[in-house]
Design a protein around this ligand. Structure first.
Ligand SMILES: [Zn+2]
Length: 115
């Protein structure tokens, strides 16, 4: 798996986690909706499949970070980690094709594509 693939998978995982969180928050307001429950289950299943496709150490890292911070991955903008808002070392910024984590907060970093 290339680092680009890993990044893609992680972003998808991140989106799924956000969806699941939204759904869980809504559940408090509308308990007992069967359709929502089924949707939640299939999302949770998709999430597990995705997690299995990732290299084990990265999947573990993601889960660990998620427990700690809620949001395990952080975009980089202007040389700053948007998880902890610290400036990243220049030598790290030149390696943006690789799989990297923030040296300050440990979140998995991704670079926003310029459009
Ligand atoms: Zn950080």
């Amino acid at each position: 798996m290339t680092s680009e693939h890993i990044e893609m998978h992680l972003k998808f995982l991140f989106d799924l986690d956000n969806l699941l969180e939204d759904m869980e928050a809504q559940d408090y307001q509308s308990i007992g909706f069967k359709i929502e429950k089924e949707e939640h289950l299939s999302l949770a299943r998709a999430r597990n499949d995705l997690l299995k496709k990732l290299p084990e150490e990265i999947a573990d890292m993601y889960e660990r970070l998620k427990k700690r911070y809620q949001r395990a991955i952080a975009p980089v903008d202007n040389g700053f980690c948007f998880g902890c808002f610290q400036k990243l070392p220049t030598e790290l910024i030149t390696r943006q094709k690789e799989f990297l984590t923030c040296p300050n907060c440990g979140r998995i970093l991704y670079w926003r594509k310029k459009s």
